[in-house]
Design a protein around this ligand. Structure first.
Ligand SMILES: NC(=O)c1ccc[n+]([C@@H]2O[C@H](COP(=O)([O-])OP(=O)(O)OC[C@H]3O[C@@H](n4cnc5c(N)ncnc54)[C@H](OP(=O)(O)O)[C@@H]3O)[C@@H](O)[C@H]2O)c1
Length: 298
């Protein structure tokens, strides 16, 4: 009989890639939609896990818009902290493994450099605080659970990140701008699926960090790397310039963002997982996105 996976958030940027990969690997997928299992309702979440007969439960669902979370902190707390804790508790009853996605935004982002898995946390926003609360509650409810921090998820052209959006704008010949003073590392959604569904993941618990390898990059540098790859692939006639923007002046960001949250993935490396360099990650993301960016789509 095929192993059963219960996946929350299967319509999201990482969740939809996870769902496709799980089906391709022969998992029997149970993927309740937002409407079928609204995470604001703790008892519905517990029931979904308790009745699922799943061997593995993955939570890729969250409310992740920083401004939306600030407008409704209770909602952010229910979805990002209470619901994951309910999943963890229910997994303790059923014996299922539990993997939860978290974020680099929980980290103290004041100083440059790569942050280890046990680095200090200091959430700056309601969103980040709710995600950190989720991490802590899961650790208490189910110490065997795996919390996977990711950052700047990209690589799902149907749910474009700033990397695919920059590419799309460049192909349309539109002006380009990107924040040049916020540093992290991208996470390819395909790497999330590859690592979470790998048998070695079952040997891990606690917090791991999953992102590309290398030194911290600004969003601006990521955009430039994406455009260079598009040029190399012949999709652009010349390298367009990208206007550098300041985080503090970004008109669309009202909530504070941490500046330096690039993560070390040392624990995943020690467990035998390979992660691409940021340049390799972005190049792969661009090559996968380009075929869908036909004139019809741009
Ligand atoms: N995106 C990033 O760059 C990034 C960076 C760092 C960390 N993360 C973390 O990574 C994880 C996955 O992020 P993502 O970008 O893949 O997610 P996403 O694209 O924002 O998708 C979120 C998913 O959660 C579902 N959802 C939202 N509210 C819900 C609710 N109240 N009840 C039930 N389902 C609900 C959504 O369903 P509907 O679409 O139907 O509402 C969707 O399937 C999250 O934990 C996020 O905090 C993301």
């Amino acid at each position: 009989m095929a192993p059963r996976l219960l996946l929350f958030g299967s319509s999201g940027r990482s969740g939809s890639v996870l769902a496709r990969a799980a089906r391709a690997q022969g998992w029997e997928l149970v993927a309740p939609t937002h409407d079928a299992c609204p995470l604001e309702h703790q008892e519905r979440v517990s029931e979904a896990v308790l009745h699922s007969e799943a061997e593995l439960v993955i939570n890729a669902a969250a409310v992740s818009g920083l401004e939306g979370c600030a407008e409704d902190p209770l909602h952010a707390h229910l979805v990002n902290a209470v619901a994951p804790a309910a999943m963890a508790l229910a997994c303790r009853h059923t014996g299922a493994r539990f993997i939860h996605l978290s974020t680099d935004y929980v980290l103290d982002g004041r100083r440059p450099g790569l942050k280890a898995e046990d680095a200090r946390c200091a959430p700056l926003s309601v969103y980040a605080a709710s995600k950190r609360e989720g991490e802590l509650q899961i650790a208490e409810a189910l110490p065997a659970a795996l919390v996977v921090r990711v950052s700047w998820i990209c690589g799902n052209a149907e749910k474009p990140s700033f990397i695919e959006q920059t590419l799309c704008r460049a192909l349309r010949g539109e002006p380009l701008a990107a924040i040049a003073d916020q540093y992290s590392l991208p996470t390819d959604a395909e790497d999330i699926a590859r690592i979470l569904l790998a048998p070695q993941a079952a040997t891990l618990s606690g917090v791991v960090q999953l992102c590309a390898d290398g030194e911290p990059l600004s969003r601006h540098r990521c955009a430039e790397l994406a455009l260079r790859e598009a040029l190399r692939c012949g999709a652009l006639p010349a390298l367009p310039s990208v206007e550098p923007q300041e985080l503090a002046r970004a008109p669309f960001f009202r909530e504070p963002r941490p500046r330096h949250t690039a993560m070390s993935h040392a624990r995943l490396t020690a467990a035998g997982f390979h992660l691409p360099t940021a340049a390799e990650c972005i190049a792969a993301v661009v090559r996968r996105a380009l075929p869908s960016l036909t004139p019809k789509h741009i």
